[in-house]
Write a protein that binds this ligand. Structure first.
Ligand SMILES: [Zn+2]
Length: 116
């Protein structure tokens, strides 16, 4: 007589826990997919796409980053990073360098190169 409500509770709990596992797996796979998705911005890409910097600054920074290596006017990556630090942007020289060489996730590189 009193086993029926108990069973119902157990069935409910098992069902709930299965559902949570499924949702969690879907979430994990979605996260993995979004991490390896080409075009997702790296640290510098986020700054360039974000709203902290004015459009004028972004255009100029983009121009500076794209100056060819053989151009005498090219600003060293360390100097760019230092300028960004002075403006309050927390970014490492390695991250700026990777973006500059197009080896960051903005250009679809492997997630293992993504750390800032
Ligand atoms: Zn990037």
């Amino acid at each position: 007589m009193c086993t029926t409500p108990k069973n119902q509770v157990i069935v409910f709990l098992v069902h709930t826990s299965n559902k949570e596992t499924e949702l969690s797996l879907v979430k994990r796979l979605d996260e993995a997919a979004s991490k390896s998705r080409p075009g997702l911005a790296c640290r510098l890409g986020s700054i360039l796409r974000g709203n902290d910097m004015s459009a004028e600054e972004k255009t100029y920074l983009q121009k500076v980053l794209e100056t060819p290596a053989d151009d005498p006017a090219r600003i060293p990556t360390t100097a760019i990073t230092q300028a960004l630090h002075q403006e309050g942007y927390q970014i490492g020289v390695a991250a700026v360098n990777r973006h500059r060489r197009r080896e960051c996730r903005c250009y679809g590189m492997s997630p293992k190169f993504m750390e800032d």
